[in-house]
Design a protein around this ligand. Structure first.
Ligand code: PLP
Length: 434
């Protein structure tokens, strides 16, 4: 299977090359040249497949040139060693909890899968890879945990000093081993600038194999299609078909994963693109032109994106047909007050505690159900554990949310971090003796 840039202006490459490159040389995002279909027999099995089997069947056509079946199995078993849960919160309303991984957000799926694949590649090439990541928090902790102790890979994370949450900082800075963290005296953009400059620096590139692990990486996208099929299988087991997936969205990688699953043969009724007031995509879906904007800060901050990077992938999946996209996707967007109200009401009605992102997805599902009166199952993807947003949630539900025991230990661990300024030279020197 070959991968090609959405800009169609650079050569097609293998999966491992697309993963190592991150962004294509022409600035586009990698997509498979064709979307493989799951065999009919997959959907007709009398014994429904579990998540690992689903992941294997879906990953194999993409990885077949790069890894043996045994290697794919081992990547999947190491990556997805945490549960996914589906909760019923009302008539035809389900919540798919994707936050039971080590950093309590759905980003663990993509980050861990990519990390294991990088390790396979480093072992095959017999060359150590150095991954540079600029992060504003969530991605950094998922990536750090994904790559922790992975052989053949070193990770250098850069984050803006004092601008990430305590738990995120602890989860990034206390691992040690192959994970190094730098706190930069600046903002997120300064971190990103340092990383970009490193990639174009001839001395650094001559002395080490640099790679990135940002959210547009194809290796992070693929596993985000697996859990849609898992939900589909779980529902059909109970005689429910044609789900409507409601996806709380920022850069739209998660939703793109769902569309990919559908193109691979999964039957879905449609998808809801649920956003906060950063509503570029819902506006486009309701008929206006796609117009990127500066992002606005909200309480669902992992979705504060004004120009979603994966939108171009969605366009490519539908051959740039706006009408095809609009007939399958519907947009909903909510402000902070509506988000808070939804957290309160869902808790009052069913005792369920949703993070602000999940609450936005659930509200879209509820409103769509009310509006269209369809007798179909709604599946809201839950993207983060509520404890990550306890400051926002606790005042609404008037009770405390406790930290899972396995996380509490991070708060007690010793932080190891190097401080740097935002100039390139000291960063380069640091990497040269790294
Ligand atoms: C990253 C993130 C999102 C948005 O996902 P996209 O794939 O960027 O659309 C939503 N919720 C949480 C908690 C996230 O961390």
């Amino acid at each position: 299977m070959q991968f090609i840039s959405t800009n169609r202006n650079s050569p097609s490459v293998s999966f491992l090359e697309a993963m190592r490159g991150g962004l294509a040389p022409d600035g586009g995002l990698y997509m498979p040249t064709e979307i493989p279909k799951l065999p009919n027999s997959f959907w007709l099995r009398s014994e429904p497949p579990n998540f690992q089997e689903i992941a294997f069947q879906m990953a194999k056509p993409y990885l077949i040139d790069a890894l043996s079946d045994e290697e794919i199995h081992s990547v999947i078993n190491d990556t997805f060693n945490f549960p996914i849960e589906m909760k019923s919160v009302g008539e035809n309303q389900f919540i798919l909890e994707l936050f039971h991984g080590p950093t309590l957000a759905f980003k663990d799926f993509g980050a861990r899968f990519m990390a294991r694949l990088f390790s396979e590649k480093a072992q095959k090439d017999q060359q150590e890879v150095t991954i540079l990541v600029a992060t504003s928090g969530d991605t950094g902790s998922a990536v750090a945990h994904g790559f922790y102790k992975v052989p053949g890979v070193r990770v250098c994370l850069l984050y803006p000093k004092g601008k990430v949450s305590k738990l995120q900082e602890q989860q990034m800075t206390t691992l040690g081993e192959n994970i190094t963290t730098l706190e930069v005296d600046g903002v997120f953009d300064d971190c990103q600038k340092l990383v970009k400059e490193a990639f174009t620096d001839p001395d650094l590139n001559a002395s080490m194999q640099l790679s990135s692990a940002n959210s547009i990486n194809i290796a992070r996208l693929l596993p985000q299609s697996f859990y849609y099929v898992f939900a589909h299988v779980e529902l059909s087991r109970n005689g429910r078909y044609d789900p409507i997936y409601s996806v709380p969205s920022g850069n739209f990688g998660n939703l793109t994963g769902g569309l990919l699953a559908m193109k691979m043969g999964m039957k879905a009724d449609s998808f809801l693109a649920a956003t906060n007031v950063n509503n570029v995509v819902p506006k486009y879906l309701s008929g206006s032109e796609y117009k990127p904007k500066d992002s606005i800060q909200t309480i669902s901050n992992a979705m504060d994106v004004g120009d979603p990077s994966n939108f171009v992938r969605i366009k490519t999946l539908f051959n740039d047909s706006d009408s095809a996209i609009r007939s399958l996707l519907k947009g909903y967007s909510y402000n902070d007050e509506q988000t808070r109200e939804t957290i309160r009401e869902l808790y009052k009605k069913s005792g369920y505690i949703a993070c602000p992102h999940t609450a936005i997805g659930y509200r879209a599902a509820m409103e769509d159900q009310k509006l269209t009166k369809r007798d179909k199952p709604y599946v809201t993807l839950s993207t983060a554990h509520p404890v990550k947003f306890r400051d926002v949630i606790e005042p609404e539900i008037d009770r405390e949310i406790s930290i899972p025991e396995r996380l509490e230990k991070w708060l007690k661990r010793e932080k190891k971090v190097h401080s740097i300024g935002k100039e390139f030279k000291p960063f380069k020197e640091f990497l040269m003796d790294f």
